[in-house]
Every structure is written in structure tokens, then in C-alpha cells.
Design a protein. Structure first.
Length: 129
């Protein structure tokens, strides 16, 4: 068992090494086709305005509500979750029922067998004429 464990550990290490070399070779090969980094002043005006609007929305809708909640009660270790911090996703959670709802915790579901009346799996109304 120990020998098999060492064998598979060596195989895993070799696989990681081969994958790392492959990733490095791929990155070096495709490095010349990568898009160059564009300075912010070289961006078109429309892109710069969109980026500024995104940063403003991130600050107003993400960072500041979190900081307000965290500073509302400095003694609390975890800030309370307010309703305005959670996004509206358009659907609700499924309503799961636990053992206390619908039946007692000790009862188990009952099995009822299929209602077969013959080899043709039909009742008297399905008999061939």
C-alpha cells in the first residue's frame, strides 16, 4: 500500500510539472498576440465615461452601503445584513419543508405497491375483446 501511495504521489507530481510547463509554453507562445495595456488617457471618451460610471456605481451601490452597515454598530463583529445590500435576482428560494412541517419527526413515509391486475398491467376495463 505504501509503495502504491508513493507511486501515485510521484505520478501526481509529474502531472503537475507537465501541466505547469505546458501552461508556461502556451503563455509565452500567445504573449505576442495579447492586447497591449492601454493607458487611461488613451481610451476613447465613451469608454472613459463608461468606466467612470461603473466606478461610481460600484462605490455607491457596493462599497458605501457595506461601510455604512459596518459603522452603524461598531460593537458588532459582523455587520447586520440590510435589505438594500442584496441584489434582486427575479426569483425566490424554493419552499422546503422540514420534518416538523407536514409530518412528525418520527414517522416514516409508507410504501404502497403498484396496482397491477394482470400481465397486461391494465384493469378489467383494459381487457382485449
Amino acid at each position: 500500500m505504501v509503495t502504491a501511495g508513493w507511486f501515485f504521489a510521484a505520478a501526481a507530481a509529474a502531472s503537475i510539472l507537465v501541466a505547469t510547463v505546458g501552461l508556461l509554453v502556451t503563455a509565452l507562445r500567445n504573449g505576442s498576440t495579447a492586447l497591449p495595456v492601454v493607458a487611461e488617457e488613451e481610451l476613447p471618451e465613451e469608454v472613459a465615461r463608461a468606466r467612470e460610471a461603473w466606478r461610481h456605481a460600484l462605490l455607491e451601490r457596493g462599497v458605501l452601503p457595506f461601510l455604512r452597515d459596518a459603522l452603524a454598530d461598531p460593537a458588532a463583529r459582523v455587520p447586520h445584513r440590510s435589505a438594500h445590500r442584496l441584489p434582486k435576482i427575479g426569483y425566490s428560494r424554493p419552499d422546503f419543508s422540514g420534518p416538523r412541517e407536514g409530518r412528525s419527526a418520527g414517522s416514516r413515509p409508507m410504501f404502497t405497491g403498484p396496482d397491477f391486475t394482470g400481465p397486461d398491467f391494465g384493469g378489467p376495463e383494459h381487457q382485449p375483446e
